[in-house]
Design a protein around this ligand. Structure first.
Ligand code: PEP
Length: 246
């Protein structure tokens, strides 16, 4: 059976005080029966690394550069993240795709840069409401994942995939467990065709996961945990979601 992963995407939220309280609240609730990670904004990552040292709670970044180093003002390389012990990096979040014009290939290049430094990319895919209504869900997520599979080639089995329907992110509207499972099954089948490790890979669901819907989502055959936005900012909610996974 696959071990579940619950990762909190803090987005552009937090402060020294709020982060310390949140991390303490999560750490106090250990142990969890699943993998747990938090992804604070860049300036707070090293602080989180220190706060979590010696605990089994992992941390990750919300984005990275596809480049190794160089004249890329404002970007952060995976080598820099890895130096601090970064375990995961979220790539291709729909907010990056929508607000920063990130293409499928750029997302794939970021995932490759992450793996090259031993950092696990959490690759987000997901359709907009218009795409779902047009019956394009499967084609969209397959196209997004395909770019990553081709770029990672024999390393494809090392990524984590997150299915995040754009219409469910931060909207309070969750995909039903059946809707989510249907897409996860499509993604698993695509991964099976690409790598022998597909059945061991974690495919997370993200989109308005809350303490009251987490257990039914996580009970689906191909849902291996969650990428959590809003509910990751309240220790009690995030802990309840982790408990639902473990
Ligand atoms: C996200 O941004 O990855 C996310 C899933 O957000 P929320 O849980 O708030 O919908």
């Amino acid at each position: 059976m696959r071990r579940k992963l619950v990762a909190g995407n803090w987005k552009m939220h937090g402060s020294h005080k709020a982060n310390a309280d949140l991390l303490a609240g999560i750490a106090q609730a250990r142990p969890f029966g699943c993998d747990v990670a938090v992804c604070p904004p860049f300036p707070y990552l090293s602080e989180a690394a220190v706060a979590l040292a010696g605990s089994d709670i992992r941390w990750g970044a919300q984005d990275c550069s596809a480049h190794e180093q160089g004249a890329y003002t404002g970007e952060v390389s995976v080598a820099m993240l890895a130096e601090f012990g970064c375990r995961y990096v979220i790539v291709g979040h729909s907010e990056r795709r929508a607000y920063h014009g990130e293409s499928d290939q750029l997302v794939a290049d970021k995932a490759k840069a992450a793996l090259a430094r031993g950092v696990t990319p959490i690759v987000c895919v997901g359709e907009t409401l218009a795409q779902r209504d047009a019956g394009e869900t499967e084609a969209v997520v397959k196209r997004q994942l395909s770019a990553v599979i081709h770029t990672l080639a024999h390393c494809a089995g090392e990524m984590v995939v997150a299915y995040e329907p754009v219409w469910a992110i931060g909207t309070g509207r969750t995909a039903s467990p059946e809707q989510a499972q249907a897409v996860h099954a499509v993604l698993r089948a695509q991964l099976r065709a690409a790598t022998a490790h597909a059945d061991a890979m974690q495919i997370l669901y993200g989109g308005s996961v809350k303490p009251d819907n987490a257990a039914t989502l996580f009970a689906q055959a191909d849902i291996d945990g969650g990428l959590i936005g809003g509910a990751a900012l309240k220790a009690a909610d995030f802990v309840a979601i982790c408990r639902a996974a473990g």
